[in-house]
Design a protein around this ligand. Structure first.
Ligand code: PHE
Length: 521
């Protein structure tokens, strides 16, 4: 009697445990992409001896792969096109030089610990357990990153006379108006099909508390939004509550489109973290463990399949020579906009999947200021001010409070619907700074006079990256399975594009799949 696949798996499971059955299943190709193992690998010591894995890219995903595989005894080498590790994880400090395809910028920040800018990833939500796990394992010190600040500003060019309004008032007033509307509907019996008599009382009580309504269930303003005048508090007497913002202006502004509920998004929920001293503490910690495996300045020119595995042809810029490396497996983390143009033996579905991934033309601009005017003049400590102008947002540092100077993000463009990402990318670096200063001045009068120097990063123009992160939330299936002996990783192979967590989970999936294949053979 022949053995069915299920009988076989059952016997594997009985003898070797569920883990072995799982590895066998995935080696047999029985697990779909969604079930690919993203759990942190924990392979027996030495189980990878004699197997060589070449990893393309020394970003978070490539270094995670190398770290986990080498712990199990795999022989790993990492080809990194640039001269640094970290990929899109980039922190800049005074004295750094950063390059784009057609420009170079010298970072002119003062050399002090709190004067740096995270030009790539800058926040880690509490539930990104895999990247936080490495922070813990490597002793990367964390502090809280402030995403949501009620004291920061909302700005719309067309509304409120083009004046910024403060977050606490926008939130309080819109909430109050919504509660009032709903209370009216309840009081006019419009919701009687949904609510019993008891429910109605409870809903009205809830709305009164939720929205800060008066006893007649009307919203007439609330001290939650602050008091009139510059001082926020008047001191000995409570002062007059701010008049509510005009409901029509609030509705016609873009604030509610996502900015107002930004921290409701799962990946933007408090608590969020940042490494103390710069996000690059993470790649530095990885590099301390796998740096000896990295070949810098090695630009991949061909990705080939061989009967035994893979053959990677690369340009070694340091030796000015073309080299080739053969290995049992490859893990490819090269971003799709770059990968699509590298000659390869990929199957046509794989090539089509790679070519289908569009990257967001993200741009960030960091400004060093002569004083922390947001703290001194507005009591803004960290967080984000939003605008409908191209710069999209201004981020205030959640570090270095009350020091003399600071570095703010004067722009973080992450959406290209009206073309602003490419518009800023196409400017020269000095033009970008000028444009961002002019836009920021609509939110902070006298802005340009506060700024001492700036630096920009237009990710579409960054060599070996060519973009910020994939636009689509779900990676194509073809990138979640190997093409021959070539596995894909990087955030682009996950449902978490634009997050280091995605980079780590993709690395875990690739490493687990390779290990399953090695142990099953
Ligand atoms: N993680 C990045 C951020 O928080 C980029 C990103 C933005 C990714 C929005 C997905 C969605 O800004």
């Amino acid at each position: 009697m022949g053995m069915t696949k299920r009988d076989f798996l059952r016997s594997v499971g009985a003898v070797a445990g569920v883990g072995a059955a799982y590895h066998t299943m995935s080696a047999l190709g029985l697990l779909g992409p969604a079930e690919a193992q993203t759990a942190a690998p924990d392979f027996p010591l030495g189980s990878g001896y004699g197997k060589h894995v070449v990893i393309l890219g020394a970003g978070i995903s490539g270094m995670t792969s190398a770290y986990e595989l080498s712990k199990a005894g795999y022989d790993c080498s990492i080809l990194e096109a640039s001269n640094r590790s970290g990929g899109r994880n980039l922190t800049v400090r005074g004295g750094d030089v950063i390059r784009e395809v057609d420009s170079r910028q010298w970072v002119d920040f003062d050399r002090e610990d709190h004067l740096y800018a995270n030009m790539g990833p800058a926040r880690i939500p509490y539930h990104h357990r895999a990247i936080l796990g490495y922070c813990k394992e490597f002793g990367v010190e964390l502090e809280v990153f402030t995403n949501d600040n009620r004291g920061a500003l909302f700005h719309n060019t067309e509304r409120f006379g083009g004046q910024s309004v403060v977050g606490r008032q926008v939130m309080t007033d819109l909430r109050g108006y919504i509660a009032e509307l709903l209370a009216k509907a309840v009081n006019r019996n419009a919701l009687d099909d949904e609510l019993t008599g008891d429910d109605k009382e409870r809903v009205l009580a809830m709305l009164t508390s939720f929205g800060g309504l008066d006893p007649d269930h009307l919203y007439i303003g609330s001290n939650r939004g602050g008091y009139q005048g510059e001082q926020i508090h008047t001191g000995l007497a409570p002062g007059d509550v701010n008049d509510p913002l005009d409901f029509g202006e609030l509705l016609n502004s873009d604030f509610w489109q996502y900015k107002l509920h930004f921290s409701q998004f799962l990946n933007q929920n408090p608590t969020l973290f940042q490494p103390v001293g710069g996000m690059d503490a993470i790649p530095k910690a990885f590099q301390a463990r796998v740096g000896h495996l990295i070949h810098f300045g090695s630009i991949v020119e061909e990705i080939r399949k061989t009967p035994r595995g893979v053959r990677i042809v690369y340009r070694d810029q340091r030796r000015n020579a073309t080299e080739a490396v053969e290995a049992d497996f490859a893990i490819c983390t090269i971003p799709a906009p770059v990968l699509k143009d590298i000659p390869s033996d990929f199957a046509s579905e794989t090539q089509a999947a790679i070519a289908s991934i569009e990257f967001v033309p993200a741009v960030k601009i960091g400004f060093q200021t002569r004083r922390r005017f947001w703290e001194e003049d507005h009591a803004i400590y960290g967080g984000i001010s939003w605008t409908d102008q191209d710069i999209t947002q201004i981020w205030y540092p959640a570090y270095g409070y009350h020091r003399q100077k600071g570095v703010i993000m004067g722009a973080y463009i992450w959406d290209d619907r009206p073309g602003q990402g490419l518009r800023y990318s196409q400017m020269t670096p000095p033009e970008r700074l000028k444009a961002a200063m002019a836009e920021g001045a609509h939110m902070h009068p006298g802005y340009a006079d506060e700024i001492e120097s700036g630096v920009s990063r237009a990710w579409p123009k960054v060599p070996f990256q060519k973009g910020g992160w994939p636009e689509n939330y779900q990676a194509p299936a073809a990138l979640q399975q190997p093409d021959g002996a070539i596995y894909f990783a990087g955030d682009q192979a996950t449902a978490l594009p634009g997050w280091q967590e995605g980079a780590v989970l993709a690395a875990h999936a690739a490493v687990n799949a390779i290990h399953a294949r090695v142990t099953a053979s």
